[in-house]
Write a protein that binds this ligand. Structure first.
Ligand SMILES: [Cu+2]
Length: 700
């Protein structure tokens, strides 16, 4: 019966969370089993759709409407249908490159949240290409999906390269005679070759007016780990709008690394095997401790809105933490998400120099979300949620299990103390740590990023990035390091396989609203003081000098250049003791900044990667650190450029931009697939509460 109900679910219900669907199926099962029926007669099935429709409507009305909810699949369909039948209908090449919520203005959302405004107009922002031009369209969903504006963008850069056009471009070489000959020349068969589209970047060319990609080709053969077997020496340039190969080069034949030892699947491993650990499962005998109502997640002292965007992936909004004293919720974060992932490779050769990827802007980080596997990506009892984006043709594409939400009980203490100093008494007290995790895994071709938002009862939010997947390798004639005589731009990780040096810069957009929108950024510096008066045996100590950033120039911070705490405070709110309430940003490893020269083209495009932290004045249009149009961008619209305006940021609505950075010098353990490497940061209460809120948590 349950499987039958599953099949009959209205299509809208399919996009509900796993938990909601299960609830739905269970409620309907119970309802049906309680309906009396005559013996020997089949159940009155015609009633089922009616019941489901009733349930669907019930679910819609019980889920809280929220102005920041992502576009639903049906909204995406309707919006794209409207555009297809608009003045752009005559276009022969209408393609959708972004369809997302045009979020309402922040003051309106805050007014709505506090009950001072009724439901807000729902609008969408669309980037579409038609007849070689980029259109920016705004749609008023609440007003019969009317197109309120259509502007042609004629600046530098292009919208993301769609999955569909990547696939179409990747198929071109197989009908291109010179490529077929290149494959044969290497003693390979076409059927074992796979090509993928790679963005081309910008290297000082004049205005090309062409959307281009390079194709990277690999050999599968006896392995699924195609990235470890590059077909080196070939360059294939494709014009995406014309969808044709416009340049082809075969410079040199390099042996394809062997397939043996590259496959990572369990079924392909031969003895001897590594040590076996015992399976472990987290059990919550009283059920889950969090609820998800629509897109509102509530857990312990936290409430936040969880959304998804094709470009950013997970978006956390309106995160607030509850005050134990009076049960009021205090705002911490208005909106936070990944803004860009910049991954430049350090090989300047003809086949490699352009590999300087901007994963969010060029490919769409959200739409690279991998369906998550219970027991591997997330605990078995996690709640899984689907996500949706608009395909090139405007039809909604659903990514099943794109996000998971779960509670983490790792067996760690959140605080503890043993007191042995009171005569005749030993006191040991503490609490087990618990947190709520929201996870997404973005798989961008060879690389995987496990992205976590972890909320803690202490008031901390920990943001975690774990990099894993396959390191991009270059085929090389070398089989041993002793053969290498010059800089080969990488580490020999297997025979004929050079793991190429590269970086990962994951930049977060963090619109912190600590107890209100007007905040200040304080760099609290530790300064050594030399004792001069001779009144103490000590010759020195350190003290703290807080420097409040006045303008954006003061908000550009190179972490590690001097010892300091980075704080966001509310200058208008103080604790009972008089300290300004605030949060501290603590880096958790991975603080690399770019080593490229300032005049290098990838660096011009990602000029913000020279510093880990930037503070800017809030501006609704400034969300993407490398600019809205990142493909072939020229660095004229990015975070560092906005910061040059040097706006006032003291006691203002401010945005923090923090970059988690890894320099990656590959090693043999990264082959054939690297173990997760973690970095991240913590947003931690700093004089926000009157005292440690964990003390008032009762033990289980
Ligand atoms: Cu890496």
């Amino acid at each position: 019966m349950k499987s039958l109900i599953w099949q009959l679910l209205p299509s809208q219900l399919r996009h509900f969370s796993e938990e909601k669907r299960r609830q739905a199926v269970s409620i309907v099962s119970n309802l049906l089993s309680s309906v009396p029926r005559p013996p020997m007669l089949p159940m009155a099935l015609p009633n089922l759709p009616t019941l489901l429709l009733f349930l669907f409507c019930l679910s819609r009305s019980s889920a809280r409407y929220h102005p920041l909810d992502p576009l639903t699949p049906s909204e995406i369909s309707t919006i794209c249908r409207t555009i297809k039948s608009s003045h752009l209908a005559s276009s022969k090449s209408l393609a959708f490159h972004y369809v997302g919520l045009d979020e309402p203005d922040k003051p309106d959302v805050l007014a709505w949240q506090s009950g001072r405004r009724a439901a807000l107009h729902r609008r969408a922002f669309v980037i579409a290409r038609a007849d070689g031009q980029t259109h920016e369209l705004y749609i008023d969903i609440s007003n019969n999906n009317s197109i309120t504006s259509d502007k042609i963008y004629d600046g530098f850069g292009y919208p993301r390269v769609n999955v569909e056009e990547q696939a179409a471009a990747s198929a071109l070489p197989f009908n291109h005679t010179p490529f077929v000959e290149s494959v044969r020349k290497r003693g390979l068969e076409l059927k074992e070759v796979v090509c993928l589209a790679s963005t081309v970047g910008w290297f000082g060319e004049g205005r090309q007016g062409r959307r281009l990609v390079n194709l990277l080709c690999f050999v599968t053969g006896d392995t699924v780990n195609l990235y470890t077997r590059p077909l080196e020496g070939v360059t294939i340039l494709v014009d995406l709008d014309a969808m044709e190969i416009v340049e082809y080069k075969d410079r040199k034949v390099v042996p394809v690394p062997k397939a043996a030892g590259t496959d990572y699947r369990a079924s392909k491993q031969e003895p001897p095997f590594g040590p076996q650990t015992k399976p472990g499962v987290v059990v919550q005998p009283q059920g889950k401790g969090f609820t998800i109502d629509g897109h509102i997640v509530s857990w312990s002292n936290w409430v936040f809105h969880l959304s998804f965007d094709a470009r950013a992936g997970v978006i956390i909004s309106l995160a607030s933490v509850q005050e134990t004293e009076n049960w009021t919720h205090r705002s911490v974060l208005y909106r936070g998400h990944v803004s860009e992932l910049f991954v430049p490779y350090m090989n300047p050769s003809e086949e490699w120099y352009y590999r300087t990827f901007f994963d969010a802007g060029e490919y769409g980080f959200g739409l690279c979300a991998s369906p998550l596997e219970p027991m591997m990506d997330c605990p078995a009892d996690a709640t899984f949620m689907d996500a949706c984006y608009a395909g090139q043709d405007g039809k909604p594409v659903v990514i099943p299990n794109a996000l998971c939400v779960f509670e983490r009980y790792a067996g760690d203490p959140s605080w503890r103390h043993s007191e042995f100093e009171i005569p005749g008494k030993v006191v040991t007290e503490g609490r087990a740590d618990a947190s709520l995790v929201v996870r997404m895994v973005g798989t961008i071709a060879n690389y995987d990023y496990v992205m976590d938002w972890e909320f803690k009862i202490s008031g901390s939010i920990k943001l975690g990035v774990q990099t894993t997947g396959v390191v991009q390798v270059k085929a090389t004639p070398y089989a041993h390091v002793d053969q290498i005589t010059e800089d080969e731009h990488g580490t020999l990780v297997a025979e004929n396989t050079m793991g190429v040096y590269h970086d990962h810069y994951i930049t977060y957009y963090l619109d912190l609203d600590i107890d209100g929108s007007n905040n200040s950024f304080v760099n609290s510096k530790l300064k050594t003081v030399r004792v001069t008066d001779g009144g103490t045996p000590r010759k020195s100590y350190w003290t703290v000098v807080g420097e409040t950033a006045k303008t954006e120039a003061d908000g550009r911070v190179a972490l590690g250049s001097e010892p300091a705490y980075q704080l966001v405070v509310n200058p208008n709110k103080r604790t009972k003791l008089g300290n300004n309430v605030g949060y501290r940003l603590i880096s958790n490893g991975a603080t690399a900044t770019s080593l490229l020269s300032d005049d290098d083209y990838p660096q011009i495009r990602a000029s913000y990667t020279k510093k880990q932290l930037w503070v800017t004045a809030y501006n609704k249009s400034e969300r993407w650190a490398a600019g809205l149009y990142t493909d072939q961008s020229r660095g004229d619209d990015n975070l560092a450029v906005w910061s040059q305006r040097n706006r006032v940021i003291e006691d203002r609505d401010i945005v923090l931009w923090y970059t988690v950075g890894f320099h990656h010098i590959p090693c043999q353990e990264d082959f054939p697939l690297m173990p997760t490497l973690a970095g991240g940061f913590e947003l931690r209460p700093y004089n926000f509460f009157e005292s440690n809120p964990l003390i008032k948590i009762r033990p289980h």
